[in-house]
Design a protein around this ligand. Structure first.
Ligand SMILES: [Zn+2]
Length: 303
């Protein structure tokens, strides 16, 4: 039976801090959400939005690892996380054949994992995105950690609480970098902020009151590319193959890809690389062995 409407989970809710949600909901004691009822004549479990958010709280640090190519066995994936030496526990479970659910218990571990968007497990790349209530295997939530700089920020504002407030204009503060924390580099304050990257980046923030204050510039390191069309990180919709199939490069119809390889010709006890010949990729590489010296005859770049 088709649903009347798809639920819409606002992205902003994923940025709300634990403290904010708990404050909204009061104590967890006696938490018994939902009432059996009806919705437009059909059976329903009526739950208030704030209670749904409360239920999702234990998963606020959950991440989804996506294996685009091949996924190593779960035993290997779990071993990888064990050997990372995280500070707290971290449960890893299979979501579907290409996705794993990763649940670090400490925010510190969550930040460490998430700031590095791609990890390699036995040479299989695993891309991390934030888990959300409306997780879908083929979509990613548009929230990512971004390093933000406040160049020339006056030194008194390097206070952790002030930086937290300043970062909250942009998203959720994950980390203050060490040189900012101990004022080792007073020329710039640098913080890691979890942000919705579909929003237009804020380039300046007014600090002060109406008549007394200053504009603080905001700079970003490596603003992540996010495609609105396929809802995935890694490319912009202007170069999206799904949105613009004409942009997709033609697949080479040749059965074997060929690479130019040099021909080695001996000259006065040495070898000279002269010109290129075509050979198949499946052949052996290079052919340079031993400690013999080689002289390059032509400056052509290798395949
Ligand atoms: Zn795309």
């Amino acid at each position: 039976m088709a649903a009347l409407q798809q639920p819409v989970w606002p992205v902003g809710d994923a940025l709300r801090s634990f403290a904010t949600v708990v404050a909204d909901n009061g104590s967890e004691e006696g938490f018994n959400p939902g009432t059996v009822s009806t919705f437009r004549g059909e059976p329903a479990l009526r739950i208030a939005k704030k209670d749904i958010m409360q239920l999702a709280l234990p998963f606020q640090h959950a991440l989804v690892g996506r294996f685009s190519y091949s996924r190593p066995p779960m035993e290997t994936v779990r071993k990888f996380f064990l050997e990372l030496g995280l500070k707290g526990e971290c449960a890893v479970a299979l979501l579907d054949s290409n996705h794993v659910l990763i649940r670090p218990t400490l925010e510190e571990d969550y930040t460490r994992l998430f700031v590095r968007r791609t990890w390699f497990i036995k040479s299989s790349p695993m891309t991390l995105s934030k888990w959300s209530l409306d997780f879908k295997a083929n979509k990613e939530i548009s929230i990512a950690p971004v390093w933000v700089s406040f160049p020339g920020l006056p030194i008194p504002f390097f206070d952790r609480q002030v930086l937290n407030k300043l970062a909250s204009v942009l998203g959720r503060l994950l980390k203050v970098d060490a040189a900012t924390g101990d004022l080792r580099r007073p020329s710039v304050a640098r913080v890691l902020v979890e942000m919705d990257v579909t929003q237009t980046p804020v380039t300046r923030i007014w600090i002060g009151e109406e008549e007394y204050g200053f504009w603080q510039n905001v700079e970003y390191e490596d603003w992540p590319e996010f495609c609105h069309f396929c809802e995935r990180f890694g490319h912009d919709q202007q170069i999206c193959f799904k949105k613009n199939p004409a942009l997709k490069p033609n697949k080479n119809p040749q059965p074997q890809q060929t690479l130019p390889r040099p021909t080695w010709i001996p000259r006065q006890g040495k070898k000279v690389r002269r010109g290129m010949q075509q050979s198949t990729m499946a052949g052996e590489a290079g052919g340079v062995e031993g400690a013999e010296a080689f002289v390059l005859d032509q400056g052509q770049p290798e395949g």
